[in-house]
Design a protein around this ligand. Sequence first.
Ligand SMILES: Nc1ncnc2c1ncn2[C@@H]1O[C@H](COP(=O)(O)OP(=O)(O)OP(=O)(O)O)[C@@H](O)[C@H]1O
Ligand SMILES: [Mg+2]
Length: 434
Amino acid sequence: MKEGNGVKKAIDAASSELNLADEGSKADKYYRGFIALSRVSAAISGLHELDAILKIGLDNVLNIMNGAVGGIMLLDEPSQTLFYRVYHGLSDKYAEEMRLKLGEGIAGKVAQSGRAVLLEDISSEPSAARIDLIGSEGLRAFISVPLRAKDNVLGVMNVASRVPHHFSKEDVHILHSIGDQLGTAIEQAMLQERLRKARERLRKLARQNLVAEEEERRRIARELHDETSQSLSGIALQLEALVEMAAKSSNQDAQFIDGLKKVQSLTVQVHKEVSRVIANLHPTVLDTLGLVAAVRQHAKNTLQPLNINVTIEVKGTERRFPADVEAALFRVIQGSIGNIAEHSKARNASIVLVYQPDEFSLSISDDGQGFDVSKLTDVEASGRGRGLFSMRERIGSLGGTSGVESKIGAGTTVWAKIPMGQDIRYGENKGTGS
Ligand SMILES: Nc1ncnc2c1ncn2[C@@H]1O[C@H](COP(=O)(O)OP(=O)(O)OP(=O)(O)O)[C@@H](O)[C@H]1O
Ligand SMILES: [Mg+2]
């Protein structure tokens, strides 16, 4: 390599200028170190997954330390214990049993002090822990360097040799630099992992909230139907009978009959209103006749009064899905219909429901004013964005994917696809959504 030779020459020149003893071999080591460092750096750059970073980092280090074995121990913060996360050339038993408290043994001391240790023969080192394991593993020369990120020690990298071997101070320097580089990468990967877990938790929570909300709606709808709505229809019937009785009786007080009629029509109106609320909370038709009937009813009731022409097309043969799946699908469609009514200024809307053996898909389009989807990245404080966010979560919890496409002046399309195979079981973490 041209560049590599240049660097080697520069290091050679620097070391001869400093008049170092054994300059040739030192320059060689620094050169190898430089190459190792840039190799590790290139290998781990762009990697985000902790295990991949550790494994590739270790492999590269062992590659330049001919014939060496070793591993990376990470510090478990809560228990303040070091344990092997990746290793190469060491037995599983050694790696599993070698767990060291901070300050314990060589690696524990390195992690505690943040300073590297170089030993010619660890098997005869009095301060080494688990000398039994070290003996049966046959380890002799040993280097342990801290993996640091700023002032934090996140773990240690141990490199050992089974044959008598003289690791040099230059080896320690090289490993130290690589350790610092790995430390920073490990810290970043750990942060990423924490972020991913936090996101996952949040997503799980959001999905649980949606399920809880649906159950609550169903419960309120049932109670309203069984009690309030039934009572109101009873009162309306009674009032109707009273109006008839009063009309037939000798008491021809017109004001009284008028009043009675008003109360009766008011009751009928309230009853209708309660039925509308119940249908919005949880349409009974969804349970009795299924998704297509519920969508048809809801779309017509919502859009026709606004003079928005709506067509509903069903492809394939409709079949029933579990109640919670139908409820989630209905909510998605209801949200989109609500958006058309509220925001689109459309004249026409189209709903397409496609039943395939192993997939259900839907698309809801309008020819309205459209909007800039890229500007809607979050649920705003006003609640704007909650509808589309919930839609994505609901579809995601069914293991499906969904999207919104819109262009200013050219309408909006909401689509979703959900796998519907026989053995699909819907759960918290099924899909990612999109
Ligand atoms: N079909 C549509 N036509 C035009 N704009 C739309 C359409 N659908 C959504 N939007 C825009 O996207 C925004 C977000 O929609 P979303 O359903 O997430 O929230 P919202 O309708 O404002 O509130 P919510 O649904 O919680 O009542 C809307 O405020 C609107 O600006
Ligand atoms: Mg909405």
